[in-house]
Design a protein around this ligand. Structure first.
Ligand code: ATP
Ligand code: MG
Ligand code: MG
Ligand code: MG
Length: 562
């Protein structure tokens, strides 16, 4: 591609609103532009990188017999109502209404769509297993879109769904996908770890997240310093000593007397620092005591509340809404009798409770020893404690350390979470109707691109790995007004293209300084500078990664290029 024909709007200054390195450089080097919060356009160079990431993913998916499809982003509400996620997914789901007042969602994920598709088609165990994937824009109205492509509201995802007649078959595919993901992230040159993870809003059982280790990661990984144990801190179950349960009881009783404030720091009786404290709001609602946990650094309006009756899920943005839904006024509680079992609900991130662990998406806000019904008795309340660095690793090897990670992929064993409510069944070998056993597997394609961008750069610009560089070779005739340089540039461009190299030719009439600065920013693996020695047929070849430079004759070039 010739630079005069394409569109690479580089910037000299670092954009003020870009707060991480990948975002800054993707903007400066002209790969992307922001349209509105969390929504981006991919410019020609960005699109090429994205496509290369996609292709690596495609190859590895196909290698494990996952087959590509393309499902609609526009999804009728009825599908989401069948599984109940229309009500439980919350504000992240983008909803809209058509001209006939029918409700729709923009796909945040595709379990409902694909399950509804297959239930009408696959009726026999003989047609299972089946593993389908797609690469498509997803829409999530993130509360805090940030870090550019890392957390967008419209972003590209590869999502795969597998369907099985038996658990063993799901296990096999899950292992295949684990291997495929490992191959993908290895090929992309990422420093990553697969960690045991919390299952969040999707539901289901076994699952692993693929985390790229990075300072700017929003997740915290707890890993053993001597073994392969690694878990999202939300899942890091560690045995430890608990604070005394009597003390906790007394504190809780105090909270429940009429004169007490409704918001209390639990920190004191959980033996933690105030920063780590979890605010507890106590309300009287429907004759039951409801304790709503929210993360310590969040305001009350950050709380998503489940009704004590369990019947309705109430997602509340404002304190007034909380009051209304719970039928009480914050700060003016009547007498509350402490029942033997209190119900504990938390915001969505805190809700999921697996293996006796519950946690939030943030460092330090995690409990262990919580029972799977999402309720626990007052007696065991005191058994909750945060996982800390230095705790023994659950596998008995080494101690727990923390690291920050960017979640680039997530694989789940869903089981029958979706097929059951959606009545998606097949006939097994005895002729009995059984719900499909399912798995789902996601990769944030655009997030992966940003994670690579974050890792592969220096002060001058990108250092794209060969696997996803937008072009392989950058040809820079220093002075386009010099006929010899210009012609040699054209000549090399044609030559390399004929040998199937992907080439970018800087045929702009710009000053040498501008060309070099832009070439550094763009960061292609090989740069060929055509300068004064062009008259002798000599080129300067520079490898971006190592900084090595060579002077080669035109004739030698093809032999030398690695
Ligand atoms: P996060 O914890 O970062 O919000 P998630 O757990 O909600 O991610 P999944 O539902 O597991 O995301 O989706 C699969 C993959 O899609 C994630 O592993 C991540 O790589 C990517 N992804 C999720 N949300 C976003 C987003 N807002 N912007 C870009 N990529 C995203
Ligand atoms: Mg999310
Ligand atoms: Mg997550
Ligand atoms: Mg996830």
């Amino acid at each position: 591609m010739k630079q005069t024909a394409t569109f690479i709007p580089t910037l000299r200054e670092t954009p003020a609103d870009a707060d991480v390195k990948s975002h800054q450089l993707l903007l400066r080097a002209g790969f992307i532009r922001q349209n509105t919060s969390g929504v981006y356009s991919f410019l020609p160079l960005g699109k090429r990188v994205l496509q290369k990431v996609e292709n690596v993913i495609r190859e590895e998916m196909e290698a494990v017999n996952s087959v590509e499809v393309f499902l609609p982003a526009l999804q009728q509400a009825e599908l989401w109502q069948e599984t109940g996620r229309w009500y439980s997914y919350g504000d992240e789901l983008m909803r809209l209404t058509d001209r006939n007042n029918r409700e729709f969602a923009l796909g945040a994920t595709h379990e409902e769509v694909i399950t509804s598709l297959l239930r009408d088609e696959i009726k026999s165990y003989k047609k299972l297993p089946l593993n389908l994937f797609q690469i498509q824009s997803k829409f999530r109205d993130e509360k805090r879109p940030r870090f550019g492509l890392l957390r967008g509201r419209e972003f590209l995802m590869k999502d795969a769904y597998s369907f099985h007649a038996t658990k063993e078959s799901l296990d096999d595919t899950y292992n295949d996908m684990m291997q495929a993901y490992t191959n993908i992230f290895t090929r992309l040159g990422l420093n990553f770890r697969a960690v045991i993870a919390d299952s969040g809003a999707i539901g289901g059982k076994d699952n692993h997240e693929f985390m790229v280790l990075s300072e700017i990661g929003e997740d915290t990984i707890a890993y053993s310093d001597t073994s392969s144990y690694a878990a999202n801190i939300e899942m890091a179950a560690v045995n430890m000593e608990y604070p005394k349960s009597d003390e906790a009881m007394k504190e809780l009783e105090k909270v429940a007397t009429p004169d007490q404030k409704t918001i209390v720091d639990v920190a004191a009786f959980l033996n933690t620092t105030p920063e780590q404290c979890i605010k507890t709001l106590v309300f009287k609602a429907d004759e039951e005591l409801v304790v709503v946990l929210s993360r310590g650094d969040h305001e009350i309006n950050d709380v998503k509340v489940k009704h004590a009756t369990g019947a309705t899920i109430v997602e509340l943005a404002e304190p007034e809404e909380v009051q209304q839904a719970l039928g009480c006024e914050i700060g003016s509680l009547g007498p509350v009798k402490l029942p033997s079992t209190i119900k504990v609900y938390a915001d969505q991130a805190v809700q999921s409770i697996v293996n006796g662990v519950t946690g939030a998406n943030e460092d330090g806000f995690h409990f262990i020893n919580v029972n799977p019904e999402k309720d626990f008795s007052v007696e065991s309340y005191a058994d909750l404690r945060f996982v800390q660095e230095g705790d023994p690793s659950p596998d008995g090897e080494g101690t727990i350390q923390f690291a920050k990670g960017i979640e680039v992929g997530h694989i789940f064993k869903l089981g029958t979470t979706y097929s059951e409510p959606m009545k998606a069944t097949f006939l097994n070998d005895q002729g009995r109707a059984m719900p499909y056993i399912m798995g789902c597997y996601g990769i944030g394609v655009s997030r992966v691109m940003a994670a690579v961008a974050e890792q592969f750069q220096d002060d001058n610009g990108f250092i794209w790995p060969d696997a996803i560089a937008p072009y392989e070779v950058h040809i820079l005739p220093v002075n386009m007004k010099d006929e010899t340089q210009r012609e040699l540039g054209e000549d090399l461009y044609k030559l390399l293209k004929s040998y199937r190299y992907e080439v970018l030719l800087d045929d702009r009439n710009e000053r040498a300084g501008v060309k070099f600065t832009d070439a550094d920013l763009i960061g292609l693996p090989v740069r060929i500078t055509i300068g004064k020695k062009a008259s002798e047929g000599i080129l300067e070849v520079k490898y971006r990664r190592t900084g090595e430079t060579f002077e080669w004759k035109r004739e030698e070039l093809l032999d030398h290029l690695q």
